[in-house]
Design a protein around this ligand. Structure first.
Ligand SMILES: Nc1nc2c(c(=O)[nH]1)N[C@H]1C(S)=C(S)[C@@H](COP(=O)(O)OP(=O)(O)OC[C@H]3O[C@@H](n4cnc5c(=O)[nH]c(N)nc54)[C@H](O)[C@@H]3O)O[C@H]1N2
Ligand SMILES: Nc1nc2c(c(=O)[nH]1)N[C@H]1C(S)=C(S)[C@@H](COP(=O)(O)OP(=O)(O)OC[C@H]3O[C@@H](n4cnc5c(=O)[nH]c(N)nc54)[C@H](O)[C@@H]3O)O[C@H]1N2
Ligand code: SF4
Ligand SMILES: [Mo]
Length: 741
């Protein structure tokens, strides 16, 4: 067969790099970066090549499977759909609608078929027990956008290519390739800021790859960012450095914000943050003086006890210095499929709350930190069945050991997933969808979170394997089996739209979108057909100012001082008090933080040999002084213990982390039995989330506080015996007394 050249976007992370793939029949000859992609300009990372490893992995599931005890048996799709529908219906009949829970994991947002068809399936279930990876990730961003701008997806994105001053908190784009900031080739873009005499400042408890590229790096004690941000704002107000620019007349609550931050002058927070008062003042002055500036805070200030306050204060900092919605500042996208326009959910908050711990819903979801207790606590509304899709919550949500135990007690569980892994091994049925190269792709989510407005459509490279199903087909089939009645209107819509698959829906959305042709026969503008002709993607240019027009608040103003956030001041004050009166002791407790590595992708890409070469990566970074105090040497093993349990991991001594802080990557822990991950299970590592704590949350929105976990560290006897990290059960029963099972 002749060699083919195929263009697509990589869907593995948020950078959506353009790829050029040469293939011969069903064999891939090469995967390279597409230099003509207007966004990624040729950049790729080592994971791009793993697309073919996913395709060819002998462990990847291709047929539905049913579990009988410890054995798995392949069954037909029809049997699988019937049995799934039966299982879910049965549980709902016995225990009510909310007894079936749904968890959608991260790759959901990287698959437009899932995004377009998953919600209808979930609506058909009619359950309020809805969970996703959002609440171990970006929930505070959405919550704050909803509070301030009236829409959960009006998210400010740093105008990276035009900024003069970039202040980064709790993000390491050099390893993560950027998040809520689709910016492929971020390294070159950051270098360009420096070359044009711009300034980059990184605030992070670890001197990260990104920090090494910055002009300045400040170590901050984990969890103290809201204090630091409040002190920056304090300086701006007291020194008269605020100027809201074009948004002055469209902002409400400036005085309340000023009053709020008055409690946190730099000299008061210096001890708790670990950053000098004078440094804080100077940083505020330089930020205000820059021609343009953007403050950007990501996971490290989001999976955080004060995640909501952090995202609020970051946006406030951008706004009061005239940098919100302004060139070189933090701006809003206008993608070809607009997620913010008419008909999309703006989000809602606190309409109901979780049964056991009373944490609020946001946009119809409950925080995943309550998932296990909702399964374990008896009473009306108890969760008895679970559907997971594209998620591995046993490794990715806090206190994974507790969740694992809870899954064992379920009456029914089904997983839509490519693998038999740490989570899906608990399912009764696994429904595996097609892998990325067998389906088409359009990035609904990440075009909307990008530093440039672009659009790109990727056709499938390969025909789906025989008898394979796409994610959307799985959801569609299940939805139809679960439905009782279908309205005539739905029947018509289905006939013309839904049953044809996501590309028909995409064409409609593009036509209706801000750059679309509409439905006129000779309309100019975008259609799917025209987009397909542009194999490298279409460039619509830099982000553009769009406020106040796009504001969705009732007042039509930016709400700079939302009540729920103002009310959280006392909690921050108490934290400041506690930090100021009990400074870090030399023996701990240490504060545990996470770490991303280029060749990992959360929990699921450790089964590809070429990404696993080299030395073991699941290591605990510890400062040389702390290591010495504990008598720990590099390569030795340490036992790390939190409220929820212990893990044993090899140690790497490094002054990259600040004293009192230790760092461990998440997504490892592949030594669980009865998975089908031949490569990953040979070098399993330990799961960070065995020792994160489901009780540590940001109470405003319920996001898990995965960073800054207090832990004790103990040297393990050096018998050379502890080669592979092992995990131990909790030293005490976690949770409340109501927990059974
Ligand atoms: N290679 C790779 N890329 C990925 C992923 C992956 O697993 N691997 N995951 C993808 C996903 S799902 C996401 S959401 C993004 C995340 O992308 P990023 O937000 O860039 O994530 P991290 O690299 O975890 O960066 C978080 C940083 O916060 C720091 N930190 C921890 N605690 C604190 C604190 O209290 N204060 C401050 N100021 N900093 C703190 C950590 O040291 C770390 O450097 O990455 C995506 N890209
Ligand atoms: N301690 C700690 N915990 C964290 C984080 C951290 O920094 N520290 N990061 C958090 C973040 S940002 C995130 S986003 C979450 C991620 O949490 P999850 O989404 O729960 O976990 P993943 O590891 O991304 O698991 C993805 C699953 O999807 C499957 N999969 C891959 N592609 C597809 C597909 O196309 N279709 C289907 N149906 N399945 C697919 C994989 O086999 C895997 O089982 O983890 C969070 N957990
Ligand atoms: S940076 Fe992300 S999108 Fe780009 S090649 Fe790597 S995994 Fe794919
Ligand atoms: Mo994430």
């Amino acid at each position: 067969m002749a060699t083919r050249t195929h263009y697509r976007a990589c869907n593995l992370c948020e950078a959506i790099c353009g790829l050029v793939i040469e293939a011969d029949g069903d064999r891939i000859l090469s995967i390279r970066g597409d230099r003509e992609d207007p966004l990624s300009r040729g950049h790729i990372c080592p994971k791009a090549v793993a697309l073919q490893d996913i395709q060819n992995d002998p462990d990847r599931l291709k047929r539905p499977m049913r579990r009988q005890g410890k054995e798995w048996q392949e069954i037909s799709w029809n049997e699988a759909f019937d049995q799934t529908a039966q299982g879910l219906k049965g549980v709902q009949e016995r225990h009510g609608r909310d007894s079936v829970a749904v968890y959608a994991g991260n790759p959901t947002v990287h698959s437009y078929g899932s995004l377009l068809y998953g919600p209808a399936f979930v609506r058909t279930l009619g359950t309020r027990s809805r969970f996703s990876a959002t609440s171990v990730d970006q929930l505070p961003h959405q919550f704050v956008a909803h509070q301030m701008f009236g829409h959960q997806l009006l998210l400010p994105i740093p105008d990276l290519d035009r900024t003069d001053f970039l202040l980064i908190l709790g993000a390491n784009p050099l390893a993560s390739n950027g998040s809520l900031m689709t910016a492929p080739d971020v390294k070159k873009r950051l270098q360009a800021i420096r070359r044009s005499d711009g300034e980059i400042v990184v605030v992070d408890p670890r001197r990260t790859e990104t920090a090494k590229l910055a002009n300045h790096h400040f170590f901050i004690r984990p969890g103290a960012d809201a204090l630091f941000l409040a002190a920056l704002l304090h300086t701006l107000f007291t020194e008269g450095l605020t100027d809201l620019g074009h948004l002055e007349a469209h902002t409400a609550g400036l005085d309340s914000l000023q009053d709020w931050v008055s409690a946190f002058p730099p000299q008061r927070v210096a001890g708790a943050t670990g950053i000098d008062a004078e440094d804080i003042r100077q940083l505020a002055q330089r930020f205000a003086a820059a021609d343009s500036a953007a403050c950007y805070g990501r996971l490290g200030v989001s999976v955080h006890e004060f995640g909501s306050l952090c995202q609020w204060l970051i946006t406030a900092l951008n706004l009061v210095t005239g940098n919100l919605d302004s060139r070189g500042g933090a701006m809003f996208t206008l993608p070809a499929v607009d997620l913010v326009g008419a008909g999309r959910s703006r989000g809602h908050y606190g309409r109901w709350s979780s049964r056991v711990r009373d944490l609020p819903e946001f946009a119809g979801e409950l925080p995943v930190a309550v998932l296990a207790e909702e399964m374990l606590t008896e009473g009306p509304g108890q969760i008895k069945a679970l559907v997971t899709s594209a998620g591995n919550p046993v490794l990715s949500t806090p206190n994974g050991r507790q969740l694992e135990g809870a899954l064992e007690g379920l009456e029914f569980m089904v997983s839509v997933d490519l693998y038999l892994n740490e989570t899906t091994r608990h399912a009764d049925l696994i429904l595996p969808p097609t892998p990325p190269l067998e389906r088409d792709h359009y990035d609904l989510a990440f075009h909307a979170l990008s530093i440039r407005n672009t659009a790109k459509y990727s056709p499938p490279l390969f025909e789906p394997a025989e008898d394979a199903r796409h994610d959307w087909q799985i959801f569609y089939a299940l939805q139809q089996r679960l439905e009782n009645k279908v309205s005539p209107l739905t029947r018509v819509r289905r006939h013309f739209l839904e049953r044809r698959g996501p590309s028909t829906l995409l064409d409609h959305a593009l036509r209706r979108g801000p750059r679309g042709s509409g439905f006129r026969p000779f309309g100019k503008g975008l259609t799917l057909k025209r987009l397909k002709e542009q194999v490298h993607g279409v460039d619509f240019g830099f982000l553009e100012p769009c406020l106040p027009q796009r504001l969705a608040t009732k007042s039509r103003k930016i709400e700079l001082a939302p009540e729920v956030l103002l009310k959280d001041r006392d909690r921050l004050g108490d934290f400041l008090e506690a930090r100021s009166t009990s400074p870090q002791s030399e023996q701990g407790p240490f504060l545990l933080i996470g770490r991303r590595q280029v060749r990992s992708n959360n929990s699921w890409m450790h089964n590809y040999p070429r990404l696993m070469r080299g030395k073991a990566r699941c290591t605990l970074l510890i400062h040389p002084q702390d290591a010495e105090n504990l008598g720990l040497g590099g390569g030795e093993s340490a036992k790390v213990t939190s409220r929820t349990g212990s893990i044993v991991v090899p140690v790497e001594v490094s002054d990259e982390v600040m004293p009192g802080v230790v760092s461990l990557p998440h997504g490892w822990g592949h030594s669980r039995p009865e998975t089908r991950l031949q490569v990953a299970s040979k070098r399993p590592g330990a799961s960070l989330n065995d020792i994160t704590d489901e009780h540590r949350v940001d109470p405003l929105c319920g996001n898990a506080a995965l960073t800054g976990v207090p832990v004790d560290i103990e040297r393990m006897p050096q018998a050379g015996a502890v080669r592979t990290p092992l995990t131990e059960p909790p030293r005490q029963q976690s949770g409340t007394e109501t927990i059974s099972g």
